[in-house]
Design a protein around this ligand. Structure first.
Ligand code: NDP
Length: 326
């Protein structure tokens, strides 16, 4: 038996509870992992609370991330004792996930734990941090360099936002952090933000084109915020869009694209091909200061993950939550 969070949906309703599960009930897979740490991302918040239909099979063990040690493997690349990391691939949505002491997974979904990180650090990064790095890589792929000018990060005090601020600042960018929490200004400056703006400046319906300000942006918020970011990018600016914390809609016009040649680049972490994942983890090892990772991380136990899911969705969690499942 092992401890896990289990989500059920039936006549009695949608509910998540800490429970004990039988190892025999684990889904099919060729690698068994003893989980050391998992995390709480925005999507885990949606899954645990049932706010959005991200869970598509029941019962489900949530947790889109895990780090742990292989205990059995039928996969050629992994052996007992190997330390591994998993992010996404529908785990925690359609396949039992990381908010549990054990997981059975497809070896093809795993990546070796990068030598630079402990399992706890890898989960302090988690999908949020790995997605932040995918956003940075997308900006680089579009030619953005620190010399271009200010880079905006929206939802800056959240998980993706915090890692994006820290990485971009370390790479030499002038980072402007947009947040709804002015009380987190010192925190964001510690991560490397040069200036803070109130997210209210971006979240209301805006004009098709605004004053040109940002060379590039990482947007975790979507909706009017992303539309306003596009409208205020400088000529040939680039925004990496990965989130929907404000909303899934995009009430924008084509004006910034056809008059200023700006690029709206989408970022997905779930089905991201393995070479890009490995590159993102390599770059995190190089470009994320582990001391800052500690600053942005709070460790909690499995039993705290359920109440914290609602707090996370309400935008009241700062940075990253790492979950010690044992
Ligand atoms: P967090 O909850 O940690 O961060 C989200 C942040 O968004 C909050 O901290 C808050 O920042 C801001 N925010 C919250 N509500 C609103 C609102 N109504 N209007 C404007 N801003 C708001 O979540 P994560 O960092 O884990 O994820 C961020 C987003 O990125 C989510 O939408 C998530 O689904 C998405 N995501 C997408 C991935 C992909 O593969 N595309 C992978 C990972 C995440 P502040 O207080 O600073 O304003």
């Amino acid at each position: 038996m092992f401890k896990a969070i289990r989500i059920d949906k039936d006549e009695a309703g949608y509910r998540a509870a800490l429970t004990e599960l039988d190892e025999g009930a684990l889904p099919e897979g060729d690698v068994m992992v003893d989980v050391a740490y998992s995390t709480l991302n925005y999507k885990d918040g949606l899954a645990i609370t049932g706010t959005n239909p991200v869970v598509r099979r029941f019962p489900m063990v949530p947790g889109i991330d895990l780090a742990g040690t292989v205990t059995h493997s039928g996969h050629p690349e992994y052996q007992r004792g190997d330390q591994v990391v998993l992010n996404g691939w529908g785990v925690g949505e359609v396949h039992w996930g990381g908010l549990a002491q054990k997981a059975r997974l497809k070896g093809d979904w795993l990546v070796p734990l990068p030598a630079a990180f402990s399992p706890r650090q890898a989960m302090a990064i988690g999908t949020a941090g790995y997605t932040a790095m995918l956003c940075v890589l997308v900006l680089e792929r579009h030619g953005v360099t620190p010399g271009w000018g200010e880079v905006l990060v929206t939802g800056a005090a959240g998980g993706v936002g915090s890692v994006a601020v820290a990485v971009l600042a370390r790479l030499g960018y002038t980072v402007v952090a947009s947040t709804g929490r002015p009380a987190e200004a010192d925190y964001l400056k510690k991560l490397g933000a040069s200036a803070i703006i109130d997210r209210a400046e971006l979240s209301a319906p805006g004009k098709p084109l605004g004053k040109e300000r940002w060379a590039a942006a990482v947007d975790t918020v979507g909706s009017h915020t992303l539309a306003n970011v596009c409208a205020s990018l400088r000529y040939r600016g680039v925004v990496a869009a990965c989130g929907l914390a404000q909303g899934m809609d995009l009430p924008a016009s084509v004006a910034p694209f056809i008059l200023r040649g700006v690029t709206l680049a989408g970022v997905d972490s779930v089905m991201c091909p393995r070479p890009d994942r490995l590159q993102a983890w390599e770059r995190l090892a190089r470009d994320l200061d582990p001391a800052l990772l500690e600053v942005m991380t709070r460790e909690v136990g499995l039993s705290e993950a359920i109440p914290l899911a609602g707090e996370l969705l309400a935008g009241r969690v700062r940075g990253r939550l790492v979950v010690d499942v044992n």
